[in-house]
Each structure stands twice: as C-alpha cells, then as structure tokens.
Design a protein around this ligand. Structure first.
Ligand SMILES: Cc1ncc(COP(=O)(O)O)c(C=O)c1O
Length: 481
C-alpha cells in the first residue's frame, strides 16, 4: 500500500509566495531553467515542483498531482522512499565518490551481486553507468569486443527495429528506429540496418498477428543474409516497448524465431530493458515472459535507479566478460562508472522492490488497470488500443476506432491529453517518436507502490481527462468520416 499523505492547509499557504509566480520562459537575462532549450521564448513556464511523496507531487502553488506514469516511466518506488533516501545519505556521508581506477566499493560489489542474483543464471556480470543511452552504448562496445575476442573482426553492424528507441546519444540514436531524428542527425551517425517491428495494432491486410510477427522475423533473417551474416554483430530489441511503440508486447512467435535466427548466424541478442526491466512488467526482467528467448546482453536503467539517481547498467554472462578481460579488458569508461552512490541507491531500490513483492504487485495492478482502460476504450472512441504488460501500459488514440485512422500529427493529441490531465492533477508521460507519425499514445504506467485507492483516483482523473479530450477533438474525429 502506498502512503496516504495530504498537504495541510498551512503547508500549502507556506508554499505560496511571490517566487511562485513564474515569468514566461525566455524573459529573464540569465539563469533560466532547462526548458528554454525546447520551448521558444514566451512559452508559459511549467509549474515549479515543491515536493513529492509516494505517488503524489505538489507544485509551489499548492496544486496536487498524482503521478500516473512514474515520471518518464522510471520512478518505480514513487517519491520519498525512506530506505532509498537512507542508503543514499549514508553512502554519501561514507564516501560520495571513489574512482574505479583507484578503489573497489562494497556498494558496487553488493549491488552487482544482488542484481545478478535477481536476473538469474547467465547474467553474472554488471557494468554500471549513468543512464539508458550510456548503457546501450556500453552494450554495443562490449558486443564488439566480444566479437573481436572470438576472432570475428568483420562483425560490426547492429540491426534494430523500426520503430524503436534506444537513446539520444549518437551511438544509441544510430540503432534507434526514428526516421525524423535520423533526418536531422543522420549525417553525424553510422547508420545501422532496421527491420520492421512486429506491431500488433495496425497489421497489414490479410495477415493475423502471428503471421505478421513471423513475417517480421523473416524480414530480420532476410536482412541478416542481405547484409552478410559475417558482418552482423548484434540484434537489439525491446521485449516490451516503451514510448516508441506505446508499450508493444512482442508476439511470442517473433521472440522464438529471433533467438533461433541469432543462434543460426552467431549474432549477439541484446535486450533493451531500460524501461521494461526491474519489475515493471510483472517479471523482474521483461524477457522472462518468453523463456525461450533469453538475451546475451541486457541493458537496464530507469526503474533500476527509480529516479533517485542517474543509473544504468549492462548485464552480461561471466564467460564473455572474462574473455574480453583476458584479451586486454573492456576499452570503455566514464567518470561515474560503478560509482558507490548510484550503486547504493540501486541496491536499496532492488531490495525494496523484491522484499515488498512489487514485481508481483505490478502484475496484479497492471491486470486491473488494463481492464479499466479497456472499459474506458468502450466508452470513449478516442481510445483505439490498450497495450502493455504489468504496469508498463499505454493507451493509443485514434480519430476513428473502426478504421484505426490516427489524428493529424498537427493536432498533437498526446501532448494535449497530457496537458488536460495535468490540469486535472494527473501526470501522464508522452514523447513523439518519429515526430508522432508512428501513432498517438500516452503511457499510463504508475509507480509499482500505487495503492488500490490511488489506482481508483488515477482512473477517475484519467476518465475525466479523456472525456474532455473527446470533446476537444470531436471536430477532428468527424472531419475524416
Ligand atoms: C527502451 C529505452 N532505451 C533507452 C532509453 C534511453 O535512456 P536514457 O534516457 O536514460 O538515456 C530509453 C529512454 O526512454 C528507453 O525507453
């Protein structure tokens, strides 16, 4: 059960002061918040965060919000978790930092040991970095060194799915399936081959979900052959997708074939579990839902640090890491590599997740949430699909549920729904991969600590927001009919 906390009247009035009246962005000479990088001058400022506890957040004007998306699907434990804060403080007091070139740390060792145990056999080594993009880059470089240690220097191509999201840094962007990002940054990237993702909502005419999934898997094999199998290093996929596909749950037939194809051609399989790992989907690793498709390398971030500190990692088998180490070692590093503070937080998050049974809780709560979202879909035609596993869930918006026709991109429906929800005190996460051309959805992915009562409140506020969105977009719905 989540904490029941409400901001008293005296506290709310304390938070209201002159500083709370924020000028529009871009009107000050210096010292602007980070939003100025994305918002043209004059854009209204966002509310200022005052405090957060459990799944509740308050701005400095005293407005209360329920976080229905765990921030960017990261804050698995909600906010203000005592165990994590204590671990953070005591590690900071003991040794806030120690560089891996000079020291080992107990925090790093304990975190790695506990995480490898939770991941299960085959993932004994943990390379700790500061986020998902960094972790994907580390996985790519580790994969390359594994190939070199096997005498396979010709392997360097990493095939990925279209659409997909693996991060914003240039290496991670090269394997991200997002044509509009590639249109902008393409000249700076080493382009990597893409194959269609086995999407489940808009399936080509004449095919059912399984046939389409098998066709997508065949596309992967064809692409491997076309590229030259000896040049293909790895295939990377999100077992349960995030914002790029609106929580696409990969069909089982596809997963099975992918493992077979990777084995057949000696290709490393990487699972990007940045958003889906750590218990969010009702299993500790989301690929545990498909026992016959285990990855060679696993990438995690987001929920593993639960938003308390930047944290990402690569899970790898002991033998592969030993081969690389014996051959001269992994040629990769960052200042914050394996830092004790992030590891102490990671360990506390992990213990809290496992000891409170939050993985199982995510499965139970997710099933209930999915039922309620489908119930709303039946009453609000703006919802075309509900997808996901556990508490990694998304709702897709359509102008016409019969034809699955999306809204025009210019309508920016997910951003509008997110704005309406925020006015109703509900936080929803959305981000337009491929500038919104791949579909319109928002993530409904609350923290794993959400109580039954809080889930009621989330669904009430969501329903209110959807009915307002339905009214706001009704003219667009009719236009195409
Ligand atoms: C599946 C996936 N991979 C990688 C990333 C990049 O992680 P980060 O934003 O921590 O760099 C994200 C972020 O949303 C993600 O969802």
């Amino acid at each position: 059960m989540g904490p029941s906390f409400s901001l008293g009247a005296s506290m709310s009035s304390l938070l209201r002061n002159d500083l709370d009246v924020l000028p529009p962005l871009g009107t000050l000479a210096r010292g602007e918040p980070i939003q100025v990088f994305a918002a043209p001058p004059g854009t209204p400022a966002k509310p200022q965060i005052a405090r957060a506890m459990g799944i509740e957040m308050w701005d400095t004007a005293g407005n209360r919000y329920l976080d229905a998306s765990s921030g960017p699907v990261a804050c698995n434990l909600g906010y203000g978790n005592r165990r994590v804060l204590d671990a953070l403080t005591s590690q900071a007091e003991a040794a806030a930092f120690a560089n891996v070139s000079h020291f080992e740390s107990k925090a790093n060792r304990d975190f790695a040991e506990r995480l490898a145990e939770a991941a299960g056999p085959g993932y004994e080594r943990v390379f700790v970095v500061s986020g998902g993009s960094e972790a994907n880059e580390a996985a790519l470089k580790l994969a390359r060194q594994i190939a070199l240690s096997r005498g396979e220097a010709s392997r360097w191509k990493v095939i990925s799915r279209q659409p997909s999201y693996h991060g914003g840094t240039l290496g991670a962007l090269a394997i991200t399936g997002d044509p509009s990002a590639h249109a902008m940054f393409g000249p700076m990237l080493q382009e990597m081959p893409k194959v269609p993702a086995p999407v489940t909502y808009r399936i080509p005419a004449g095919l059912d979900e399984e046939n389409w999934a098998l066709k997508c898997a065949q596309d992967l094999e064809d692409r491997v052959v076309a590229e030259g199998p000896e040049s293909v290093l790895a295939f990377i996929q999100e077992p349960v997708g995030g914002v790029s596909t609106g929580a696409l749950v990969t069909p089982a037939a596809y997963m099975t074939r992918v493992r077979e194809i990777c084995d057949k051609y000696g290709i490393l399989l990487i699972h990007d579990e940045v958003m889906s790992g750590g218990g969010r989907t009702g299993a500790f690793l989301s690929h545990d839902h498909w026992p016959d498709c285990r990855a060679d390398l696993i990438v995690m971030a987001k929920g593993i640090g639960a938003g308390y500190l930047p944290l990402g990692l690569v899970l790898a088998p002991r033998d592969l890491v030993e081969t690389v180490a014996s051959g001269g070692g992994f040629l990769h590093g960052h200042t914050a590599l394996g830092n004790p503070l992030s590891c102490a937080v990671g360990l506390a998050v992990l213990e809290e997740t496992l000891e409170r049974g939050l993985v199982e809780r995510s499965a139970v709560l997710g099933a209930e949430l999915k039922t309620r979202l489908w119930d709303m879909a039946n009453r609000y035609p703006i919802i075309g699909d509900v997808r996901g596993k556990g508490l990694l869930m998304a709702v897709e918006f359509v102008a016409d549920p019969a034809t699955k026709r999306p809204f025009p991109i210019e309508a920016a429906v997910p951003a509008a729904v997110s704005r309406i929800a925020m006015q109703n005190g509900l936080i929803l996460y959305t981000r337009g991969t491929n500038a919104g051309r791949d579909g319109d959805w928002v993530m409904v992915s609350p923290p794993l600590v959400t109580s039954d009562r809080e889930l009621d409140e989330i669904t009430d506020r969501l329903e209110k927001s959807l009915s307002q969105a339905e009214a706001e977009f009704s003219s667009l719905r009719k236009l195409g009919n």
